[in-house]
Write a protein that binds this ligand. Sequence first.
Ligand code: C2E
Ligand code: MG
Ligand code: MG
Ligand code: MG
Length: 280
Amino acid sequence: RAKSQGRNRYQFFNHNLQADIINNKRLADEILSGIENGEFTAWYQPQFSARTNELIGAEALVRWNHPSRGLLTPDKFLKIADEINVVQTLDRLVLDAVLRDKMRWAALGISIPKVSVNVSARRLHDESLIDSLLNLYIRPGEISFELVESIFLDESEDIAAHNLDRIKSLGIDIEIDDFGTGHTSIVSLLKLKPKRLKIDRQLVQPIVNSPQERTLVSSIIDIARSLGVETVAEGVESAAHAALLHELGCDLLQGYAFSPPLSYTDFTTAAAGQTWRLAS
Ligand code: C2E
Ligand code: MG
Ligand code: MG
Ligand code: MG
């Protein structure tokens, strides 16, 4: 009995594995045709000053208008896009969309001082990155690149460091994304002289109930501040979080307490009407 059960289990596993391979292959093909058909777009999540609650900017986040499955978030496709070596194409499409949308906002008289885009390891290490940026018109400080800690740990560190300097010299700011999820020390990260440090929501969410976590976040903010690096809290889900983060000296707030990511149209309507209110 045990033997037949073992075999069944094996077949079950095998069957799932095969289904996964087929699904991933289909998804990969759909990503490629989605790129061809312009199905990927940028959504925007607003960021606010902790001090004044003023709109300071937005983070652009990739979304996929899938022809049959509807709107898809990155957890459904980013890993496969990375595996088939097109994540950098998505990054570039998002930046193109941001620059186009910024012009539309300017024409409408809406001021969004800064928009940040997420940059994958593949794109940072891409030797043609700088050339592709040179073709764009970007005013100093209006765009920033969000890079996760792990980008600075892998092999081709030289290209990354070289590209980092060139990116800064083009007037694009650097932000460390998801700080606190990796194993890099804050000191080594701040040596990169980023403009901002984004504190991951896993660190931010417990601060209201846990004095220990509050102290940790407070120390991160203090170290960053002493080095002239701005701090952004991610995953700010309540007014209590927002108030506490302001008290701890955090500069910028981003999270569902203010707004989820929005389509260009919804973001533009809200920005034009200044309709954002802090949810409690
Ligand atoms: P991220 O860069 O850390 O972006 C923040 C994520 O947290 C977004 O998920 C956002 O919707 C979500 N979020 C915002 N506020 C809250 C909150 O209050 N509570 C909770 N629980 N979540 C919140 P999203 O849009 O699904 O993106 C997931 C990740 O995918 C991003 O994390 C980023 O790592 C990656 N990503 C998104 N767009 C791009 C892109 O254009 N290029 C690359 N390379 N990666 C991207
Ligand atoms: Mg990000
Ligand atoms: Mg993040
Ligand atoms: Mg995060």
